[in-house]
Design a protein around this ligand. Structure first.
Ligand code: XIL
Length: 320
């Protein structure tokens, strides 16, 4: 495997309907992450009845084109089906449902998915987020999920993924404390995902990213940049100024990952500015990704390639 994989979150609907999307993806990325197609409600729309169709299609596309696949995600407070959240299940029943979900999904993709976001966004600031899982199972749901995922595929790398852990402060400290404590209890966690949706709050802080990656390394934990996108509407200057500043931010984060020694994947949350979740979230268009609306590479693309691979033309080879 190349030292750092360049990944993109991919939606089956676009992959299926747009040949330029497929071409751009396979020519430029070495890792595919399902943006929505492996979330709980997508995979288990009715209790015990699994639908792997679009997840499998993404895996098949990736493997036919020399790309690896990262699974996203097993346990999250969102994208849960109504049968689960409205089902009035008790504590033990929810544990059994979660165990069955994780075992079925991770076994299904065993050997074909190199890593999983096992627990997604479990923190709200320095405290565990008030989610369906915390309310019904309690804080042990996290250790349970990692343990079951590892049993189902001992070779997959297992991550806790969250946002705000690219800042120095209480949230990162709490994530770090939980991860190191899980390790001490021999719970199989490999690393921490840093989402990095840049533009919602504080400006990008590459120094903090570097410091946090280094702290994780000292604790023997890996790290991945899992959902990077950089909004430009709030950056100063002309469009060209904004795109240059965006490229600088992308480049600095990619450099932090490359130099960290424990960062093996750099993933953007989408592929083209034509399709980004931010349009719905922000309520207006932005241009947060590496390829523009017409699939042309942006300054940020060249900055990332240069930072990760040492030259703007370097390509990545991968043989899953
Ligand atoms: C987002 C997808 O991009 C959207 O298409 C979907 O409607 C909602 O979920 N953090 C995560 C991702 O971990 O799963 C989210 O993805 C974005 C925020």
């Amino acid at each position: 495997m190349p030292s750092i994989l360049l990944g993109a979150a991919v939606d089956y609907n676009y992959l299926n309907s747009d040949s330029t999307y497929r071409e751009t993806l396979k020519s430029n990325f070495s890792l595919l992450v399902p943006e929505n197609d492996m979330k709980f409600a997508a995979l288990e729309p009715a209790q015990g009845a699994f639908d792997f169709a679009s997840g499998d299609a993404l895996v098949n596309f990736a493997h036919s084109n020399g790309m690896w696949v990262r699974g996203h995600n097993l346990v999250w407070g969102e994208h849960l089906p109504d049968w689960l959240t409205q089902g009035k299940f008790n504590h033990d029943q929810v544990i059994a449902i979660l165990k069955n979900h994780i075992e079925t999904v991770v076994r299904h993709y065993r050997g074909n998915v190199i890593s999983w976001d096992v627990v997604n966004e479990p923190f709200n600031g320095a405290h565990l987020r008030d989610t369906f899982w915390l309310r019904t199972i309690g804080p042990d749901y996290i250790a349970m999920a990692f343990t079951w995922a590892h049993e189902a595929d001992p070779n997959a790398k297992l991550y806790l993924n969250d946002f705000g852990d690219d800042e120095i402060g209480p949230k990162f400290n709490a994530i770090y404390a939980l991860a190191t404590s899980l390790r001490q209890q021999h719970v199989p966690i490999d690393g921490i995902g840093m989402e990095m949706h840049i533009g919602f709050g504080a400006p990008a802080n590459p120094h903090a990213v570097k410091v946090n990656m280094s702290r994780l390394k000292s604790a023997g934990l890996e790290v991945e940049v899992t959902e990077l996108d950089v909004q430009i509407h709030n950056l100063p200057g002309s469009l060209q100024d904004k795109l240059n500043e965006q490229a600088a931010i992308y480049g600095e984060i990619a450099t932090a990952c490359r130099n960290a020694g424990n960062c093996d994947a750099f993933i953007t949350w989408g592929l083209t500015d034509r399709h980004t979740w931010l349009t719905a979230i922000l309520g207006h268009p932005d241009e947060p990704l590496l390829f523009d609306q017409n699939y042309h590479p942006k300054p940020a693309y060249f900055a990332v390639k240069a930072a990760l691979y040492g030259s703007s033309t370097a390509t990545v080879t991968a043989t899953p």
